[in-house]
Design a binder for this molecule. Structure first.
Ligand SMILES: [Zn+2]
Length: 81
């Protein structure tokens, strides 16, 4: 049987749509990490001259702190660079 370009395309398509257990496991693993690594709080702009975790509600850093507390995320991650 000859492998025509059409057949090759069809084959590639079918391969691409297969959801393997390996892929599923890898997605789960990524999901556990909560997606992207967190930014350091010190990298988030502060416009209220607050210190540590005391920031105004209008301060981007303060809002991030509140968001992370709500989601139960670490406030600062030493893992991220
Ligand atoms: Zn601030």
């Amino acid at each position: 049987m000859e492998l025509t370009p059409e057949l090759r395309r069809e084959f590639a398509r079918s391969q691409g749509s297969i959801r393997t257990e390996k892929k599923a496991a890898s997605s789960r693993e990524n999901g556990k990490k909560g997606g992207r690594p967190l930014k350091r709080l010190s990298d988030i702009i502060c416009n209220c001259d607050g210190e540590d975790l005391k920031h105004r509600s209008t301060c981007p850093r303060g809002r991030t702190i509140r968001q992370r507390e709500k989601k139960g995320l670490p406030l600062d991650s030493s893992v991220c660079v």
